[in-house]
Design a protein around this ligand. Structure first.
Ligand SMILES: [Zn+2]
Length: 101
């Protein structure tokens, strides 16, 4: 069983980036919920936990503590940048080794 922790960035009193009538906190939650459904419906031996499932304020420490106490194998924090960049970017914590495919 692979335990995947999905963290929709921001939420509650922290809207994240805003633009074009959109708030980052809403987009990250929608993306996380869709990803959870895809993982649970299309894969086997996957367990998914989200740091929030509604518009809640959750501190960074609360998010990582929840993932660690659950024993997550993978932690994914979702964000939508609004700094003028294009395309996709990711940051992988180097302390855990290369991701396996
Ligand atoms: Zn963000």
């Amino acid at each position: 069983m692979v335990k995947i922790f999905i963290d929709p960035g921001h939420g509650g009193t922290d809207p994240g980036a805003s633009g074009n009538g959109l708030q980052e906190k809403q987009l990250t939650l929608q993306t996380a919920l869709a990803l959870r459904n895809m993982l649970l419906n299309e894969y086997q031996n996957v367990s998914v936990l989200l740091s929030r499932t509604s518009d809640q304020t959750v501190s960074l420490t609360q998010r990582t503590n929840a993932a660690n106490s659950w024993g997550a194998d993978y932690f994914l924090s979702i964000h939508m940048n609004a700094g003028g960049g294009t395309g996709f970017e990711d940051y992988i914590y180097p302390g855990v080794g290369a991701p396996t495919t």
